[in-house]
Write a protein that binds this ligand. Sequence first.
Ligand code: T68
Length: 839
Amino acid sequence: KEIAKLPKETLALWEKYGGDETDDKEAFQKSFIRHVTTTLARSIYNIDNFSAYQATAHSVRDRLIKRWNETQQTHTEADSKRVYYLSLEFLLGRSLDNALLNLGLKDNCGEGVKELGFAMEDVLDQEVDAALGNGGLGRLAACYMDSLATLDYPAWGYGLRYTYGIFQQRLKDGYQVEFPDYWLNFDNPWELPRLDVVVDVKFYGSVNRYTDEKGRKRYAWEGIDTVQSVAYDVPIPGYGTKNCINIRLWSSKPKRQFDLSRFNEGQYEQAVQEQMQAENITAVLYPNDNHMVGKELRLKQQYFWVAASLFDIVRRFKKSQRPWSHFPDQVAIQLNDTHPSLAIVELQRILVDLEGVDWDDAWEIVTRTFAFTNHTILPEAMERWPVPMVQYLLPRHMQIIFDINLFFLQKVEKAFPDNRDLLARLSIIEESTPQFVRMAHLAVVGSHRVNGVAELHSELIKKTIFKDFIQYYGNDSKFENKTNGITPRRWLHQANPKLSELITDTLGNKNWLKNLDLLKGLKSYVDNKDFRKRWVAAKHSNKVRLTEYIKKTTGIIVNSNALFDVQVKRIHEYKRQFMNILGVIHRYNTLKKMTSEERADVVHRVVIFGGKAAPGYYIAKLVIKLINSVAEVVNNDNSIEDSLKVAFIPDYNVSVAEIIIPASDISQHISTAGTEASGTSNMKFVLNGGLILGTVDGANIEIHEEIGDDNIFMFGNLAHQVDDLRHAHRYRNVPMDPSLQAVINDIESGQFGDSRIFAPLINTLTLGQDYYLISDDFQSYLDAQKLVDEAYKDKEGWITKSILCSANMGKFSSDRAIQEYAERIWNIEPVPVVTKKHI
Ligand code: T68
């Protein structure tokens, strides 16, 4: 509507009745009751906690949408450069508490709900996690969206709206069993269906060559299978700002509802089949982390998502009627790992095939637009797609990839004539049978910046997977580091209200939530008795909360005064949960050999595990079984007098992490050096005053730099030693570490049940293997554990460490990380949101 042409009375009505979703308690209560009666069609007589959650969520949603609208309007008017974060995973967890905090509604809403007869805690607990991710990579995307919003950046996320998120994990006889995560069962108040925003995405078909009116050779792809992509928008509010950004998640839908003629011909089943296939594309999140699965459906997901997102981005750009050469000045696209690498090809296709831009100009635009984040150097995680599969599914894209590769290698040939090995190593195409497309190479060649996620990792990628690119591009050209970060809003304020309150009281205000470096101010209170007392009390109450959660979910009763030792993360051989449980066996058998008097002097421990194994990852699943078998024996052995307990908490996810992390005394981040790109839970634990026991790997190294030698327990071989140690295992018959051998003997003796079950797991340590160097690090690990016990006995010393840990974590705010990306890679500026009239 052209507003100027509307009659005055109309405008007055819009102004009068628009925007009554104010933030005061009364307005909130009014919305709450309105939603109970209208949205939910219930009343005071039949409203339970879940309905109360829904009514609260819808009331908050109304307010979110208002800000979301104002933000989008402001950004459209400002027409400044935007960043688009392409991630196949956004592990958002719950939204209500976060929205309340970020919108500044927490107090009014909390009181309002209470007066209406509900406890906010119970209400919050009704929400199901949005678990559209596997682990670190997906959660990083969620933290980054929080920071982008908080720092007023004009940003959008693009992802997929999976019908099923990461599976739910349950335990049966100590084994993991998977259940579908049908998270959309009850409506999802945190999304806005945009049923009018639809993009057609094509697959398969053929490519036609023709000559255009300028006499140029052009190509046109005629896809044959069209699937519709429907937008669902998820508003992400910033903290202490009006900025509310958007994550657009695409959902697949068949193009035609049903082929009616088929019905008439009696082909009902085939017609339904087609419909189901289209809906299939976004049905389920692939549950593998750090592992490539070469299924065609996964490739389809990637293209479906990339095509819809780029169409949307290009449509928005075209509205401004700028020339194509301005595209990179208006648009930055960040590739979260190689999963969206096809976006590089798709943009080149749009520019060359559809818009008639010359190849070289188009390629310049493409490379100035994209930047790529690498999250791993593990070989099994590198994405490679068989050329025949890509050719069949996306024939024109395959041609373009071959051309990108040809032009790139021609340049390499010019710079390094006749170096055929170099060409083969740099090539986007792996010359095997069949050929493969190396997605990481495509991402490097098509981006102007490539970053790793912690200092060590960013150095390692230059020495390993991208070594040859350094030879070509030079050392400090496009490769850089952006150490990961976490949002303090969720991971301290929301997860740990007691500690957060203490920090706010001590520092005098909540500014630390927007500037985490301010935590340094806590250092001057490290000797303050009252402060220390409250610090300990906060930790203890978090431990009590976890104790109750463990009891509720596992039936295991633990003592909240014991040392809580935590390892929660995806189960993976490189993360070495196996080493942890082997260490537990060592501890257990040491305790058993002690006299009662000797044991009286020992620090009591609760060893807590949590994490999902990919459903097809046999060895990882055996690790879970071993942990539970050990727990069964240890927890029921009265002879060790409660000095050790082991608990595997099922279904580790974001909201469970919010309970576990604040309760940890020590957490383990013990990957083989050089394998964990960064790790982000390490940051969360330390921020919450938990110490860490870790290897010299990923972000552990930078955490160590920030918090100092006294406040961290580091052990193990270094990254540069790994190759030699592996070589020795393979060819030199190195004997197993004696303490480890003893533990293996215990397992094999049947101490933890039928040892035949564990043979495949034990074999990973023997037979010239031990790829993750458990034997090489074991003694050093046990020594470090001893130091932990000693340090914990010194109660006062431990409290000091805990405080200094938190106080020194400013660097690891995702705000810092996002600011670095914005300034050094995206070249975007904040655009503060202007409050709009309602018309
Ligand atoms: C993690 N990667 C890194 N991958 O392992 C971790 N992979 O060190 C780092 O801190 C984190 O990324 C953030 O940078 C993952 O989480 C996956 O989940 C994944 C998913 C699909 C395919 C491959």
